[in-house]
Write a protein that binds this ligand. Structure first.
Ligand SMILES: [Zn+2]
Length: 132
């Protein structure tokens, strides 16, 4: 089976992802500005310039507790946009099948189709922070 996303659906989802990315970056920027770390302030200045490329990786090095949750989502959004560029967006990373459009609409950063996600949660949920 091929990717079932139409061009229009993909464009709409990309818009959602880009909006989310911008909102998250602003949140992270505010967190950085609140930090006492000089490097954080420096990064805050750069957040707007870097665009959607691996900003999260730069910030993650600072290890700021406040931004952890936002950063995780930021990374997910960045990864989704990257998959869009690579043409693998909407394809389940586990089984290679298409991810349902409805699922993507609800979770634009979804990496797995519904059955694979259910399986994943079943096998990983006890481990808490399973790194992917
Ligand atoms: Zn799957």
């Amino acid at each position: 089976m091929t990717n079932l996303l139409s061009k229009e659906e993909k464009t709409a989802l990309e818009g959602v992802l880009r909006q989310r990315l911008a909102a998250l970056m602003e949140e992270v920027r505010q967190d950085l500005l609140k930090s006492d770390d000089d490097r954080a302030a420096m990064l805050a200045d750069r957040v707007r310039d870097v665009g959607d490329e691996s900003m999260a990786d730069l910030i993650v090095d600072l290890d700021l507790a406040d931004t952890d949750r936002d950063l995780q989502e930021l990374k997910d959004v960045e990864a989704a946009l990257m998959r869009m560029r690579l043409g693998t967006y909407g394809i389940c990373m586990h089984c290679g099948g298409p991810i349902q459009v409805e699922r993507l609409a609800a979770y634009p950063t979804a990496k797995r189709c519904q059955p694979c996600q259910a399986m994943h949660e079943k096998t990983h949920v006890q481990q808490g922070h399973a790194s992917l």
